[in-house]
Design a protein around this ligand. Structure first.
Ligand code: C2E
Ligand code: MG
Ligand code: MG
Ligand code: MG
Length: 295
């Protein structure tokens, strides 16, 4: 508790047991080291174009393999990164890594297509990176994005940033300005976990968002739950009216995938298609998706 500097932090910790507090501090210390030593990895979960059945892109998801504790879920370490400010270097690392991966896969595809094997089709896939509300408050996001796409030599539209409704709570006007600046760099934008947060429809209408991602809490069991089904349909009509594309996250069965396709949802993501994959497996998944189409 002594280390809690602000009143706000004290409030956050004071219900925790001493053990929980100790654990949090050790996660924070270890995470700082993990970022420096590059113990973090990005995994890539395919996002499918529901109409064509092809890969449209991937979501980059951070993974931490701790030397003693093994796998630590982002659900546990991202909040610690946000509270400690470590989300700034972590977020920059993720953006840079994702842009480099696009450049790497593009060159592998170009190299492959010079040979005689069946060609990998024109793959204008995107990679999305999660952007935390704290990064928006504490970092120069436009600068970070420009550094990443320039170093990798990729066009801005190949990189998508996913932000949640919480990014609009503290400074809605500032966030809107940021999105417009990102758009002028040609960056693709998605609203993540849509439907779970603070939704101001008047604000949503003004946002230069390309894709609304429907939160998986509505999608996964929309087959058994009529109300969730109605929420999904409503979000799909809203997106259509606002001229935005849609991604349903958490598709675990082919039935749900088919239903969403019929309802006009643009993209789908979930264990039914693939779990988040290591970089080389994700590249295989991408190549197969395009080659199998030609054979
Ligand atoms: P998210 O951005 O909403 O990412 C989707 C999460 O849903 C991922 O969890 C993914 O593995 C999971 N998922 C995808 N399909 C299914 C499915 O069919 N069923 C189920 N049960 N789950 C599915 P993950 O990788 O554990 O990440 C959790 C959250 O951590 C992410 O939610 C995101 O908010 C955050 N996160 C992960 N990596 C980063 C990062 O690099 N930066 C930031 N700021 N946040 C990150
Ligand atoms: Mg996301
Ligand atoms: Mg999400
Ligand atoms: Mg989510």
């Amino acid at each position: 508790l002594k280390r809690a500097k602000s009143q706000k932090k004290f409030v956050l910790y004071h219900h925790e047991s001493l053990n929980a507090v100790k654990q949090r501090f050790s996660i924070e210390t270890d995470l700082r080291r993990a970022i420096e030593k590059e113990e973090l990895e990005l995994h890539y979960q395919p996002i499918m174009d529901l109409k064509s059945g092809r890969v449209n892109g991937f979501e980059a998801l951070a993974r931490w393999i701790h030397p003693e504790q093994g796998f630590i879920s982002p659900v546990d370490f991202i909040p610690v990164a946000e509270e400690s400010g470590l989300i700034v270097p972590l977020g920059r690392w993720a953006m840079y890594q994702a842009a480099m991966t696009i450049a790497d896969w593009d060159s592998q595809i170009a190299f492959h297509n010079m040979g005689s094997a069946p060609k990998i089709g024109h793959a204008d896939y995107k990679i999305s990176v999660n952007l935390s509300a704290i990064q928006i408050l504490r970092d120069d996001v436009v600068g970070a994005v420009r550094d990443s796409i320039f170093s990798a030599g990729v066009d801005g539209h190949r990189l998508m940033l996913e932000l949640t409704e919480s990014a609009f709570i503290d400074d809605p006007d500032g966030t809107l300005k940021l999105l417009n600046r990102l758009k002028s760099e040609n960056i693709s934008l998605a609203m993540d976990d849509f439907g779970t947060g603070y939704s101001n429809l008047a604000v949503l209408q003004k946002l230069p968002i390309d894709v609304l991602k429907i939160d998986r809490s509505f999608v996964t069991d929309m087959g058994q739950d009529k109300e969730k089904n109605a929420i999904v349909s409503t979000i799909l009509s809203l997106a259509k009216a606002l001229d935005m594309q849609t991604t349903a996250e958490g598709i675990e069965t082919s039935n749900i995938g088919c239903a969403l396709k019929l309802l006009g949802c643009t993209f789908g993501q979930g264990y039914h298609y693939a779990k988040p994959l290591k970089s080389d497996e994700a590249f295989q998944f991408l190549s197969n998706s395009f080659v199998s189409d030609i054979i």
